[in-house]
Design a protein around this ligand. Structure first.
Ligand code: AP5
Length: 217
């Protein structure tokens, strides 16, 4: 894939967007822009955005379009986005998709592909409730699907402390899935009509999913 690609990775909570975005970032040198990661960093830093977002995220609902759009506008202006980017978790609503269109037009750039990673709802609870990440470097793991090579030691940075997300529990997952089906899934026809959408079966081993994504790119 040549440099300068601009991609959207769509999919349900726990569908593997973050996992795949990190692999694409490493492989192609394009930056991952995860609105979820940005919000979690804001919560930890106790910024205004973080204070507003925390309770909404903990309830599994969507943070306001206004706040999210402002955050992305600012991030896309950074120099590291000049070489292309992977939007992970954005856009999630019709107003966010429209705002993204306006933003790209104003910058004279276009989307290359929208990749939807599909996974049945029934699989997602196990994926989400088993997820944990290294506290030091953020590498993602799973109790069943991806354990560190040496128990309790991060494969990437040898860190020994791990963390689980506050919203990774069964009750919140149900709310996140509802939000996904009601507000985000309706975006797929919007991108399909433009010939940008590629649908990838995400209910397979991680490497198979990566191979399929790379093939369509
Ligand atoms: P966000 O952080 O975007 O969460 P999400 O969409 O719920 O997605 P996840 O991060 O849970 O899952 P993922 O698809 O990245 O899966 P992963 O690769 O980690 O958003 C969190 C909250 O922030 C939202 O609820 C909302 O409140 C707010 N927010 C964020 N963006 C917003 C926006 N634009 N507008 C409004 N509000 C917004 O994989 C999950 C697990 O499964 C991992 O453990 C992984 O190892 C494992 N796994 C991955 N692939 C596979 C595979 N193929 N097989 C087996 N296991 C796998």
């Amino acid at each position: 894939m040549p440099a300068g690609k601009r991609l959207i990775l769509m999919g349900p909570p726990g569908g593997g967007k973050g996992t795949q975005a990190k692999r694409l970032q490493e492989r192609f040198g394009i930056v991952q822009l995860s609105t979820g990661d940005m919000l979690r960093a804001a919560v930890i830093a106790k910024t205004d955005v973080g204070m507003k977002a925390k309770a909404i995220m903990d309830a599994g609902k969507l943070v306001s379009d206004e706040l999210i759009i402002a955050m992305i506008e600012q991030r896309i202006d950074s120099a590291d986005c000049n070489n292309g980017f992977i939007l992970d978790g954005f856009p999630r609503t019709v107003p966010q998709a429209k705002a993204l269109d306006g933003l790209l037009v104003s910058k004279g750039i276009a989307l290359d592909k929208v990749i939807e990673v599909t996974v049945p709802d029934a699989m997602l609870i196990e994926r989400i409730t088993g997820r944990f990440t290294c506290k030091k470097c953020g590498e993602g793991y799973h109790d069943k699907f991806k354990q560190p090579g040496r128990a309790g030691i991060c494969d990437v940075c040898s860190g020994t402390e791990f963390t689980r997300r506050a919203d990774d529990n069964e009750d919140t997952v149900v709310a996140r899935l509802q939000a996904y089906h009601a507000q985000t899934a309706p975006l797929m026809p919007f991108y399909k009509q433009r010939g940008l959408l590629e649908v990838i079966d995400g209910n397979r081993p991680m490497d198979d999913v990566t191979n399929d994504i790379e093939r369509v790119l």
